[in-house]
Write a protein that binds this ligand. Structure first.
Ligand SMILES: Cc1ncc(COP(=O)(O)O)c(C=O)c1O
Length: 457
């Protein structure tokens, strides 16, 4: 018999209570938080879809592995286990643990970039962009045109625009020290990149002699989309596909808080021995000795086990399906979302949902705040607040104003997701009453984390 219900590929051994609050409590909490949900106390949130980063549930095998952690300062057994797993997966020669993804980015870019240089990517994530701009270099997004249109359907909307990349390399290649591709493309809707596209980027990198780095945070979700959607890939394992993705690159940055299924950690990996040595020297300065890189031995164990679990097919089938499930409910209610649903999150097109709020009155913030006040659900703005501010202090509308509902791995059940869908549909029904916002105070870099807002009445 062939049953069609896709079930959670786990049973629950330990639970954590969520707190139910009243609307007035949430209004007060949001006001005190400067209308920025990053500033809320997490226990005042009922269902937390702020991020899928570091918020997943570890397996009993991972918790067990913690006890195997070897906390030796140098050369710990846990490092070698971690290195073996990462090397088996990526094939890269040099594996450098870091405390999370952005530490890998900072070390890579501080080592390889000079002022005035350019790093192309399909879409840079906010920390990637910030770590490039802090070196006074330029971060350029070259995703295919379909990747910029929320309603456009394309199986690999995260693909790099190969024509645009070639143009950049031909015209200004002397200023490009490396090319990056983000899999899946978080800022562009969690959309995958095809193997064919990665091969195309590789060919251009070979022609112009540029190293290719993956921003590999969600490599396993990307590999599963390839298996599902790319001709000729259906019978391969997600791990084999992931290995081919990595084999097309010269290195990667990785946040193990996503597809490492761990609550903290990351790594930088590469083949070039000279760059690796320079990166390790900086690592020692800011993160720690190269065999722990700011992590405990037990973290290295949890990541090693997580990287093995994340490529298991039942897990990925459930993971991708549960995100699509939320997307389908919202689409059925005509809530505009990025289509097709991505791997780790649903992205609501707040600009389309709230046409009465111009981008510089932050429709994404308006929708995020209403979702919290009405339902206790926390999402995040990915739009003009996150990407609209330029290094010279000017602000322009971001390419899109989105609200991301990121789904933590193995944390919420189907009824939680049913509740989220009901909440979004209810807030969409009161869209005309939602106000825009203005910024009251904000830092100059990564302002979305700490800015304070005020509703425009
Ligand atoms: C695509 C992408 N790159 C890099 C990062 C940075 O990773 P971390 O939060 O571990 O510093 C993230 C985190 O959300 C991400 O989604």
């Amino acid at each position: 018999m062939n049953f069609t219900t896709i079930i959670e590929p786990f049973r629950i051994k330990s639970v954590e209570a969520v707190k139910f609050t009243h609307r007035e409590d949430r209004e007060r909490a949001l006001h005190e938080a400067g209308y920025n949900v990053f500033r809320l106390h997490a226990e005042d949130v009922l269902i937390d879809l702020l991020t899928d980063s570091g918020t997943g549930a570890m397996s009993s095998a991972q918790w067990g592995a913690l006890m195997q952690g070897d906390e030796s300062y140098a050369g710990s057994r846990s490092f070698y286990r971690f290195q073996d797993v990462v090397r088996d997966l990526t094939g890269f020669a040099h594996i450098i643990p870091t405390h999370q993804g952005r530490a890998a980015e900072r070390i890579l870019f501080h080592t390889t970039l000079h002022a005035g240089q350019i790093v192309p990517n399909n879409n840079h994530f906010d920390t990637t962009r910030a770590n490039i701009e802090v070196e006074e270099a330029e971060a350029i997004d070259l995703v295919i045109p379909e990747g910029r249109v929320p309603a456009a359907l394309h199986p690999f909307k995260g693909n790099m625009d190969l024509g645009a990349l070639e143009h950049l390399l031909a015209e200004r290649g002397d200023r490009v020290p490396l090319v990056m591709v983000t899999v899946t493309n978080n800022s562009g809707g969690g959309q995958p990149v095809s193997l064919e596209n990665l091969r195309g980027v590789r060919a251009l990198c070979d022609r112009y002699r540029k190293p290719l780095f993956l921003d590999a945070c969600r490599f396993a979700e990307n590999a599963y989309f390839i298996k599902q959607r790319e001709p000729g890939q259906a019978t391969r394992t997600p791990k084999a596909i992931a290995q081919e993705m990595f084999a097309l690159a010269d290195g990667c940055t990785m946040s193990a808080k996503k597809d490492g299924l761990a609550n903290i950690g990351g790594f930088l990996a590469m083949n070039d021995p000279a760059w690796a040595e320079a990166c390790r020297n900086l690592l020692i300065l800011t993160e720690g000795f190269p065999t722990y890189g700011g992590l405990a031995g037990y973290d290295l164990e949890a990541i090693a086990r997580g990287l093995e679990e994340v490529v298991e097919e039942p897990y990925l089938r459930y993971r991708i399906r549960s995100t699509a499930y939320l997307g389908e409910k919202l689409m059925a209610a005509d809530v505009p979302i990025i289509k097709p649903p991505g791997g780790h999150a649903i992205y609501i097109d707040a600009r389309a949902l709230l046409p009465h709020i111009p981008p510089q009155q932050y429709p994404g913030i308006a929708l995020v705040n209403a979702l919290y006040v009405e339902a206790g659900v926390r999402g995040v703005e990915i739009g003009t607040v996150m990407f609209g501010l330029h290094p010279d202090g000017s602000e322009t509308p971001a390419a899109m104003d989105l609200v991301r509902l990121a789904i933590p791995r193995r944390v919420y059940t189907q009824s939680h997701i049913d509740y989220v869908a009901e909440a979004v549909i209810a807030v969409a029904a009161m869209r005309d009453r939602l106000p825009g916002y203005r910024i009251v105070e904000a830092p100059k870099v990564l302002r979305h984390f700490t800015a304070r807002f005020e509703p425009l009445r």
